[in-house]
Write a protein that binds this ligand. Structure first.
Ligand SMILES: C[S@@+](CC[C@H](N)C(=O)[O-])C[C@H]1O[C@@H](n2cnc3c(N)ncnc32)[C@H](O)[C@@H]1O
Length: 240
């Protein structure tokens, strides 16, 4: 069934974040969110590549920021064009100084990008028609980690069926070193209590039970493609 797409402006996301998202996912502690396996992979890649400072594009309600801050390994700044997202990210982390409201399509968003060795952008590019213009604003020669999904949504302007499709779109704009696949958990809320409840409800439904236990197929339960590499294009000039 074709999904009715939502307008890609900040008001759409202000509403989504005020309502909490599907099953309140954007308000969950990061460890309980279905995004947690993907966030962990991003942090693993950051650590492995020796990143020390992160500029996050489209930080949402700050779940990944919270995880990164909890590690104590990174200096961090994040922005989002949704004022509601920035408010919730500030509240979640108790660090309003680390977040600001800005549109990823504006060069202003990257005014301080030269202070950060890595650009992180999870689950944002598929929300933006001009995703390649956004990437072109990222300063050259930085490490980058971005994720995009293999599933559609009312908020998505595109999605990808394979790592090859991801490479075909982004290799002209980025020096891609790897594209990893992270399976999406079937449950939105990964807290033990919620998972136990879902498993009990599904105990006579073997197919559902298998998905809840993590045995679902990627093209059924969904996945994220995690793209790691370096930015290539010339971003806004450093103001010296
Ligand atoms: C699915 S959420 C992902 C949030 C967060 N990165 C995460 O992984 O949890 C998509 C985010 O992209 C942000 N976004 C979409 N278009 C944007 C734009 N042009 N500029 C800044 N943020 C944008 C939305 O406000 C929203 O926070």
């Amino acid at each position: 069934m074709t999904q009715q797409k939502l307008p890609q402006n900040s008001s759409t996301y202000d509403v989504m974040f005020s309502e909490g998202g599907h099953d309140d996912v954007f308000r969950l502690p990061y460890r309980h969110s279905c995004y947690y396996p993907m966030f962990r992979r991003v942090e693993h890649l950051l650590r492995r590549s020796g990143s020390r400072s992160v500029l996050e594009v489209g930080c949402g309600t700050g779940a990944l920021a919270h995880l990164l801050l909890d590690t104590g390994r990174y200096s961090y700044k994040g922005f989002d064009f949704s004022i509601e997202a920035v408010k919730q990210a500030s509240e979640r982390t108790g660090r309003p100084d680390l977040f600001f409201a800005c549109d990823a399509r504006s060069p202003d968003a990257y005014a301080m990008a030269f202070d950060y060795d890595t650009i992180v952008c999870t689950e944002v590019l598929e929300h933006v028609d001009q995703d390649l213009d956004v990437i072109a604003l990222w300063p050259a020669g930085r490490r980058m980690i971005a994720t995009v999904p293999n599933f559609d949504s009312r908020y998505h302007v595109r999605f990808f069926r394979s790592p090859e499709e991801v490479a075909a779109r982004y290799a002209p704009a980025l020096d891609i070193e790897r594209i990893e696949t992270v399976k999406k958990p079937y449950s939105t809320n990964l807290s033990l209590r919620q998972r136990w409840r879902e498993i009990r409800w599904a105990r006579y439904k073997p197919k559902l039970l298998l998905k809840l236990l993590g045995f679902g197929r990627i093209d059924d339960v969904g996945c994220w493609f995690v793209v790691a590499g370096r930015t290539r294009n010339q971003g806004p000039k450093s103001v010296s």
